[in-house]
Design a protein around this ligand. Structure first.
Ligand code: HEC
Length: 137
């Protein structure tokens, strides 16, 4: 099992290298058959993370929300303010965006740090907060 994983990882890296430099060879085939969205190279965690975390470049607030925050904020799990609910988000917004950012990044009661998106940057988390606020007025 673990040697299969290793092989898979090597193929991914080979595919990425081929995609960026060489063309026209067996490696090219590897590049074309490599799974989409496998641009995560440093560290092992990202390879096992859900799809949004493996996407290239900064994630949009919408993507971060859809990949992580929706788990709780979609249905209002454990008292999480629901997306689309002005009644839920109004009082939160009243605390000021900076406080919401700080709580989203560092955690707040049952709200886990970074909404459990360990691979998200602070800016990506802020974008997700903005996305929820903008869509809950
Ligand atoms: C495991 C469930 C869970 C996930 C996942 C989650 N949240 Fe939350 N969140 C909560 C709960 C519960 C609260 C309410 C906490 C409270 O008021 O005591 C909350 C509150 C918040 C608040 C309001 C904080 C405040 O000061 O009122 C923000 C902002 C927030 N979450 C952002 C996010 C973002 C952004 C994500 C995704 C990156 C996310 N959350 C993912 C459970 C979650």
């Amino acid at each position: 099992m673990s040697s299969m994983k290793k092989l898979f990882g090597i193929l991914l890296v080979a595919g990425l290298v081929a995609g960026s430099s060489l063309a026209n060879s067996e490696d090219d085939v590897n590049a074309r058959t490599a799974p989409v969205g496998s641009t995560c190279m440093s560290g092992d965690d990202c390879a096992a993370a859900p799809a949004p975390a493996a996407a290239a470049g900064p994630k949009s607030g919408k993507d971060v929300y859809g990949g992580f925050c929706t788990t709780c904020h979609g249905a209002g799990l454990m008292g999480a303010p629901k997306l689309g609910s002005a009644a839920d988000w109004g009082p939160r917004a009243g605390k000021g965006k900076d406080t919401l950012y700080t709580h989203a990044i560092g955690g707040f009661n049952s709200m886990p740090p970074k909404g459990m998106c360990a691979s998200c940057s602070d800016d990506e988390i802020k974008a997700a907060v903005d996305y929820m606020l903008d869509n809950s007025k």
